[in-house]
Ligand binder design. Structure first.
Ligand SMILES: [Zn+2]
Ligand SMILES: [Zn+2]
Length: 266
C-alpha cells in the first residue's frame, strides 16, 4: 500500500476529475492520501473530500504564499481541527522565494501567521505540515521559539540542505520527499534522502504540482506516488515494498495517532 502524505485534491486541476483519479489510485495501490488545506475559504471543500473516502484525511491552515487570504486565529484553527478527519495543522511555514521588491523584514505578517499555526498545533495536539522555501533559518528559529517540537510534524516537499535536514530531525520532525527526487539535477537532494533515517521519511506528490519523471511537467496526481517511492528505494538500496510499507507506517504514526481504529481504512 502506498500513501500520499501531501496532495491538493481540491485544486481546480484535480477536483474536476476525482472519479478518474480515484480509479487510477486504486489501480496503483495508493490507498491513503492527506488532502492539504491552503486557505480558510478552501477548508470546507478539503474537509468534504476527507469525509468522502475512508482513506482520505485533511489538514487545516493557511499557506504562507496566500497573502490576500483571511488571517486565521489560533482559536479558529483549533476549533476546525476538532472536526472528524482533520489530522494536521498546515500547510504553514515561511516562503521568502518570491519577495519581489520586498525585504525579509517586510514578511513579518508571514512569521506571525506561522507562529499562530504552531500555537494552534500545540493546543490541538496535531502535527504541523511545514512549507519552507528560501527561509530555512527563520523557519527553524520560529519552531524553536514557539516550542513547535511539542506538536511535531513534517517538513514537506523537502528541498533544503543536509544541514537543515539534520536540524529538522534534531527537532523531532519527519521529512517528506516529493517527485523532485526523480529530477535529473536533484543530486544534492538524493544525498539528503540517503541520509534521513527511513523511520523519519514520508513520501508525497504535492499534486497537481511536481509530477515525477517520466511525467515531469504534466499534471500530477496521488496515483503517481509509486514513482517517488521507487526512486527513494533505489537511493536507500531497499525494495519498493519496504519503502511503501515503512512510509505508510510513518504516516500512521505521525498523523493517525489519535484516530480511532474504527475510522481506519485498510
Ligand atoms: Zn508547500
Ligand atoms: Zn502543498
Amino acid at each position: 500500500m502506498f500513501v500520499d502524505s501531501h496532495c491538493h485534491l481540491s485544486s481546480p486541476e484535480l477536483a474536476d476529475r476525482l472519479p478518474q483519479i480515484r480509479a487510477e489510485m486504486r489501480a496503483a495501490g495508493v490507498k491513503r492520501a492527506l488532502c492539504i488545506c491552503t486557505t480558510l475559504d478552501e477548508f470546507e471543500r478539503v474537509h468534504a473530500l476527507a469525509e468522502s473516502d475512508p482513506g482520505f484525511w485533511c489538514s487545516v491552515g493557511v499557506h504562507p504564499d496566500e497573502e490576500e487570504s483571511r488571517e486565521p486565529s489560533a482559536a479558529e484553527l483549533v476549533s476546525l481541527a476538532r472536526r472528524d478527519k482533520v489530522v494536521a495543522i498546515g500547510e504553514t511555514g515561511l516562503d521568502y522565494y518570491r519577495l519581489g521588491s520586498r525585504s525579509v523584514a517586510d514578511m513579518e505578517w508571514q512569521r506571525e501567521r506561522f507562529r499562530v499555526h504552531i500555537r494552534a498545533a500545540r493546543e490541538s495536539g496535531l502535527p504541523l505540515v511545514i512549507h519552507t522555501r528560501s527561509a530555512s533559518a527563520d523557519t527553524l528559529r520560529l519552531i524553536r521559539e514557539e516550542k513547535g517540537p511539542q506538536a511535531g510534524g513534517v517538513f514537506h516537499c523537502f528541498t533544503e540542505t543536509m544541514e537543515v535536514a539534520r536540524a529538522a530531525l534534531d527537532l523531532g520532525f519527519h521529512i517528506s520527499f516529493s517527485g523532485i527526487l526523480t529530477f535529473k539535477n536533484a543530486t544534492e537532494l538524493r544525498e539528503v534522502a540517503a541520509f534521513v533515517p527511513l523511520d523519519r521519511c514520508l513520501i508525497e506528490t504535492d499534486s497537481p504540482y511536481l509530477a515525477p519523471v517520466p511525467y515531469r511537467g504534466k499534471v500530477n496526481t496521488p496515483a503517481l506516488i509509486p514513482f517517488v517511492a521507487r526512486r527513494l528505494a533505489e537511493i536507500k538500496g531497499l525494495s519498493v515494498e519496504v519503502i511503501a510499507e515503512t512510509t505508510a507506517r510513518n504516516f500512521e504514526t505521525l498523523f493517525l495517532r489519535s484516530v480511532p481504529r474504527s475510522c481506519d481504512a485498510s
